[in-house]
Write a protein that binds this ligand. Structure first.
Ligand SMILES: [Zn+2]
Length: 319
């Protein structure tokens, strides 16, 4: 009798269980398809952009240290803006830390953008592009930071974008510059380098635990050793001076190698690289730094190698 009751119950809920499983399966398939489509679109966009960059770099002669001078009138304006800043309490400690790390004169975009900067907090499920897993965004056009997940490090990351963005007009076309990245109607360059370096600064300036772009940050920690003084790369970031990075890289590396590193950083800004892929690009960067013959810079790369090996050993020991 008991058995018949169970059988009866199963017959009642069985179709429901099957329907639920089927629905879950379909949702999973749809999500996989969307992700795949997204990756293909991204790869297509990267290929297109890379071709354009390759073509542009052909006759391109980068210049060293083209940091513009901090406009004199901004120095007074900067102080006034700082004193009148009480709109967003959460930004005050970040501004303080940023200025004490870099100095007012290395932050020209910050003071232009601070005055009418807006911050919105929007629930994650209401994000504009449902396929994007971004925890926050910054738009230069509207000068707005949008936070979808208010986790430690998200506001800091977007604030760094706000502190390093400006717009320029070249041959009648407008381009948004954010840190090292250049965004135009028909191009999107150095995004991977910019995002990875933003996370590196996030960790160094604000002491936040890294939450995204881990592969990029890992690789850029090696790449910054093309500079004798890594602070020069920080200055270049806040002056939107990608020229200095290209110039420094091409001192010992080739344009092909530069494009290879940029492609890697673009591709793996949204998906993890395998250890082999990552080690391959790090090896290439270390080789270029070895060519420079600069002992200090080579030593810094070797030190990073040891630190990374040590942290892998520690991780293995845990298990
Ligand atoms: Zn970002």
């Amino acid at each position: 009798m008991e058995f018949l009751n169970i059988l009866y119950d199963l017959l009642q809920v069985g179709p429901l269980i099957i329907a639920c499983n089927y629905l879950a399966f379909r949702l999973q398939q749809d999500r996989k398809y969307e992700l795949q489509k997204n990756i293909e679109m991204k790869e297509g966009w990267i290929n297109y952009n890379e071709e354009l960059l390759k073509y542009t770099l052909q006759d391109y002669v980068p210049q060293k240290n083209i940091y513009k001078h901090f406009p004199k009138e901004l120095e007074t304006a900067a102080q006034e803006i700082l004193y009148s800043l009480n709109k967003y309490e959460e930004l005050t400690p970040l501004i303080g830390k940023l200025i004490s790390h870099l100095g007012v004169s290395n932050l020209p975009d910050l003071f232009f953008n601070l005055e009418n900067l807006n911050i919105h907090y929007v629930p994650f499920y209401q994000r504009k592009h449902l396929l994007l897993d971004a925890l926050g965004t910054y738009s230069y056009k509207s000068n707005e930071i949008t936070i979808y997940k208010n986790k430690p490090g998200v506001l800091e990351h977007e604030f760094l974008h706000a502190a390093s963005s400006r717009e320029i007009c070249k041959n009648g076309t407008n381009y948004s510059l954010t840190g090292f990245s250049i965004l135009g109607e028909d191009l999107d360059w150095f995004r991977g380098l910019n995002e990875g370096y933003t996370e590196l600064l996030n960790e160094r300036i604000f002491g936040t635990r890294q939450i995204s772009y881990k592969t990029n940050t890992y690789v850029i920690k090696y790449l910054e050793n093309i500079f004798d003084n890594p602070h020069d790369m920080e200055k270049a970031y806040f002056y939107n001076d990608i020229d200095s990075i290209i110039y420094q890289f091409l001192e010992y590396g080739s344009k092909e190698e530069f494009l290879k590193v940029m492609r890697f950083l673009n591709l793996y800004s949204s998906m993890p690289a395998t250890k082999t892929e990552r080690d391959h690009i790090v090896h290439l960067i270390c080789d270029i730094i070895k060519r420079s013959g600069q002992k200090d810079n080579i030593d810094k790369c070797q030190k990073l190698d040891e630190e990374n090996k040590f942290s892998i050993k520690k991780l293995v020991k845990k298990f």
